[in-house]
Design a protein around this ligand. Structure first.
Ligand SMILES: Cc1ncc(C[n+]2csc(CCOP(=O)(O)OP(=O)(O)O)c2C)c(N)n1
Length: 936
């Protein structure tokens, strides 16, 4: 018997010393916890039973056996290397212009020969040995066929053992190598033909017009199509796609069913609305200021009731990803019942298409991956596709990133990655099927790196030979995937050459007919888009927001009554208990209390509420306490889940430490569930500038660009309190600078009652045409200020007031020579100094709660009551070049009567938003207050 024969019959004879000890330990573990033992060893234990010590072996035998075990271990390492780094040698690049690294997946790298492998059983390398595999050499070749061809895998970053084993066995059982039927193949060819035909028609008909052609990653459409089909088969009702420019028009047409006529109308300068399908199957809006065609979205409603959506997208790459995940989550959440929303992960699917340069470069991608498994932000697994054309504008991969693959950031989040050659459309289909199954199994994100190339320059006007000649010399000689796949199907006798040529002609004819029709029907029509009446009319008035006392009192009591088994932290219990006082005529309802009562009433009226941000459950300033923690066992209790009469869900969410993605998510959530009050709160308002792109590109302007409504609420703690340059300013001036066309409401309140009414008013406008985003400079030290607090009567009467006339000034109109206007904390600092009003008869204080739309009417009414006024003093705590002054100035000049001057009272212009230390702050603030209240 040769050594190899003995190995084939039992491998244990080859083990001795520490190796044997290790294997025996592993066997013990195998008996109790087999899932913790390496698969290769499990295979050996199954086949050969317990490892045993052969004491009768001579020294000579053990020397030979030691050699064998080394070979076995080498073979195992070899197989593992194929699994782990086979991708480096895989056939992934259509242009074949990237190096392949075989160095670690060759037998001699492990001191092995084919003969060694032939004499080992395949089962030491494979869990399930296919019938065609007879020994370890076959197994190695089999593994290479799995891991190094047109599909390659990276999943060693997956930590969960069950998940990793599932992926490995799926892959190695050949799930992605099954043959497609002839009909399926024909369908793929048909689709590729349409994809290419569409681009080529546009290329020739609208020469040089930007379209960001898909060509080079044409099979993206095949991939998305298969993802949608397979997901729908599993009950998915809504698919939301987020993507940038590349290939977007093609995806809109072929995956989202925007008709050719509409697409061509966009190119031919004809209003595309003329060609909306009569059956209402497509929704596509535009705003009055409009946007380029490759930013527009659409929603397709299939006859079976499911929808496919392309999210509207600005130019900024990747920012749409978190918006889309927010949309997908909202579609999954049932919000009609009290408690947390009930999520059904199968209901919707987010497909996020990324560029290769953008995926690696833009941090918002990793923000999105980071929250993908958190309770309140997951979508049950988003499918990420990198439409990888190996170039970003003119920048090639070596300058674009530090990693081998564009997809590498995903590995830090335990997300599996599948690379696939975009010129292998059948492999692409298999990958789509796998991704859908994986998502259904594990509810996690997955990345598909679809590797192709870019046929033209960045856009159709760019000449890529200027900057990337090596790549483009290859591209120019590379046949299209349609042509290559057509030849393949001809060689497989599935279609004839004539069929292929006919397909090409048919699509060209179809597009030409569509264009002729568009030109004919479009004659004399011009695109004229109007601002809707509800927007023109400004903020809605007369929305009743007062709540009956009995209802509030009952709710207040319920909010403070905890189950017997719940042990509230005693100190907090005492603080919360004080919330009973205002209903017994003592003290005030502070900001956090007013907010909770507002939320409760909103829930009772059937509007779901979702508030997220860093540490919002407690509140950055410990003011909120929406989630209580049992001091003995940490159990959580959410009082707002237990009020009577609630008809909607309530989700208070501590978010990951991200701003851009979180704002985007809440914006997206409200987009999909327009009746949900979605609030994002910054830890401090300053940090909102990390989300600036969301304010600039979405929240301020989506209605005018895209006709898309939003009722999202943004709460930004803002005010200088001597805490330094940061933690101070939410940069109010930037929001005011973007304020126009009634695009949103910007407030800086100084009253908890006003906050109560404003939240309720916002909830009541959700889902109506009058809805708009709410941007709120929210308080910090004012949270507990008695002047800000509300009496119960202020909630049971009245409504939201854009302007509050201060109650201790202006009693004798004849004496008032000066009106001081201020917002937020500045107004309260002034009010505190004024006190009862004694000694300040010469002035009146007006608290400007709303800055946009600027409350001109309300201020004009006040001015009319004070005819002796000479000075209108706009006072603020922000430096002169910041805050509201520059915005308010022209309005105030317009409002000022004859002989009245408008003056600014505040700090000089500064480069930093606040004094850096408490002493300087106090000094500067006192100076402003003195000047504002002086008789000058
Ligand atoms: C945030 C942002 N930065 C820069 C740009 C300008 N820009 C538009 S496309 C592009 C290249 C993108 O490359 P990639 O992500 O690989 O997509 P591709 O165009 O190659 O499909 C750049 C830099 C942008 N649109 N957004």
């Amino acid at each position: 018997m040769s050594n190899n024969d003995s190995l084939a019959s039992s491998p244990w004879a080859a083990f001795s010393g520490p190796n044997l000890g290790y294997v025996m330990d592993m066997y013990d573990l195998y008996l109790t916890n087999p899932e913790e033992v390496d698969q290769d060893l499990v295979a050996l234990f199954k086949q050969y039973g317990a490892p045993s010590v052969n004491t009768s072996n001579s020294t000579a035998t053990s020397t030979v056996d030691a050699g064998n075990i080394e070979k076995v271990l080498a073979a195992v390492q070899y197989a593992e290397a194929i699994r782990e780094i086979g991708h480096l040698a895989a056939d992934l690049y259509p242009l074949n212009n990237q190096p392949k690294d075989f160095s670690r997946i060759e037998a001699n790298a492990y001191g092995l020969t084919d003969a060694d492998l032939i004499n080992m059983p395949a089962s030491i390398l494979l869990k399930d040995v296919p019938a065609s595999v007879h020994n370890a050499l076959d197994a190695i070749n089999y593994l290479k066929s799995i891991y190094t061809e047109k599909i390659a895998y990276e999943f060693s970053q997956v930590v969960n053992k069950e998940e990793k084993n599932w992926i490995q066995s799926k892959v190695e059982n050949g799930a992605l190598k099954t043959n497609l039927s002839a009909d399926e193949k024909k369908e793929i060819l048909n689709m590729l033909n349409k994809v290419e035909g569409f681009e080529q028609f546009l290329h020739k008909t609208f020469v040089g017009v930007k379209r960001f052609s898909i060509e080079g990653v044409d099979s993206l459409v095949v991939l998305i199509d298969e993802l949608i089909r397979r997901s729908e088969n599993r009950g998915t009702k809504d698919v939301v796609i987020g993507m940038a420019h590349r290939g977007r028009l093609n995806v809109l047409t072929h995956n989202v069913h925007k008709p050719y006529q509409m697409m061509l109308a966009d190119f031919a300068h004809v209003p595309s609305e003329l060609f909306l399908p009569k059956d209402g199957s497509l929704e596509a809006t535009r705003g009055w200021s409009n946007d380029v065609k490759y930013h527009l979205g659409a929603t397709y409603k299939a006859p079976n009731g499911s929808t496919i959506k392309m999210a509207y997208n600005p130019s900024h790459l990747e920012v749409v990803s978190p918006v889309v995940t927010g949309q997908a989550r909202a579609a999954q959440d049932a919000t009609e019942k009290p408690g947390l929303p009930e999520q059904d992960k199968s209901k919707s699917l987010a497909i996020l298409v990324h560029g290769d340069a953008a995926f690696a470069g833009q941090g918002i991608v990793t923000e999105t991956l980071n929250y993908s498994r958190t309770l309140e932000f997951n979508t049950g697994g988003s499918v990420h596709i990198i439409a990888n054309n190996m170039i970003g504008f003119t920048t090639e991969r070596q300058d674009s990133r530090s990693t081998v693959y564009a997809s590498d950031p995903a590995k830090g989040y335990e997300v599996p990655v599948i690379h696939v050659n975009a010129d292998a459309p059948e492999a692409v289909v298999q990958v789509a099927r796998f991704a859908v199954e994986y998502r259904a199994m594990f509810g996690k994100d997955i990345v598909i790196d679809l590797i192709g190339y870019r046929r033209y320059g960045h856009n159709e006007m760019d000449e890529p030979m200027i900057t990337n000649p090596t790549m483009y010399n290859i591209v120019h000689n590379h046949e299209t995937v349609r042509a290559l796949y057509g030849k393949q199907l001809v060689s497989e006798n599935i279609v004839t050459e004539e069929d292929v040529t006919k397909l090409q002609k048919d699509i060209k004819d179809e597009l030409q007919t569509a264009l002729d029709y568009v030109k004919e029907v479009g004659k004399g029509h011009e695109t004229s888009l109007e601002m809707p009446e509800a927007v023109k009319n400004g903020a809605p008035k007369d929305i009743a927001t007062a709540v009956e006392k009995e209802r509030l009192e009952k709710m207040n009591e319920e909010l403070l009554t905890f189950p017997e088994e719940f042990h509230v932290f005693k100190k907090l219990g005492k603080i919360l208990n004080r919330r009973r006082d205002p209903f017994q005529g003592k003290g005030k309802i502070d900001w956090g209390h007013a907010e909770t009562l507002a939320f409760g009433t909103i829930l009772q009226e059937g509007t779901p509420v979702r508030i997220s941000g860093q540490d919002v459950q407690r509140g950055t300033f410990s003011q909120r306490h929406l989630v209580l923690h049992d001091e003995q066992n940490g159990n959580e209790y959410v009082p707002l889940h237990h009020i009577s009469g609630s008809q909607a869900s309530f989700a208070p969410i501590n978010s990951p430490l991200s701003e851009a993605a979180m704002v985007a998510y809440e914006y997206g959530y409200n987009l999909e569930n327009e009746k949900a009050l979605a609030i994002w709160e910054a830890q401090y308002g300053d940090f909102a500038n990390m989300a600036q792109v969301m304010f600039d590109n979405f929240i301020s302007s989506t209605r005018s660009k895209w006709g898309v409504k939003s009722g999202v609420v943004i709460s930004l703690p803002h005010s200088a309190e001597g805490q330094g340059a940061e933690h101070t300013s939410a940069r109010l001036e930037r929001f005011l600078q973007s304020s126009a066309e009634n695009n949103w409401t910007v407030v800086m309140l100084s009253s908890a009652a006003n906050y109560f009414h404003l939240l309720r008013r916002q909830a009541k406008t959700l889902g109506t045409d009058a809805v708009r985003p709410l941007i709120m400079m929210s308080p910090k030290s004012l949270l507990r200020n008695q002047l800000v607090g509300a009496d119960v009567e202020e909630l049971t009467n009245g409504e939201y007031r854009p302007v509050i006339v201060h109650n201790t000034t202006g009693q004798d109109a004849e004496k008032v020579k000066k009106i001081v206007f201020a917002s937020g904390k500045m107004a309260i600092d002034l009010a505190e100094k004024i006190g009862s009003g004694e000694g300040y008869e010469h002035l009146h204080l007006v608290r400007v709660e709303q800055l946009y739309p600027f409350p001109e009417e309300e201020i004009a009414e006040i001015l009319a009551k004070f005819p002796k006024v000479k000075t209108l003093a706009w006072t603020q705590e922000e430096p002169k070049n910041m805050g509201s002054w520059s915005f308010a100035d022209p309005y105030m000049r317009e409002l000022a009567g004859k002989g009245q001057k408008v003056v600014y009272v505040g700090r000089d212009a500064h480069s930093s938003p606040a004094e850096g230390d408490a002493d300087s702050y106090k000094e500067a603030q006192a100076k402003v207050i003195d000047e504002a209240l002086s008789s000058k």
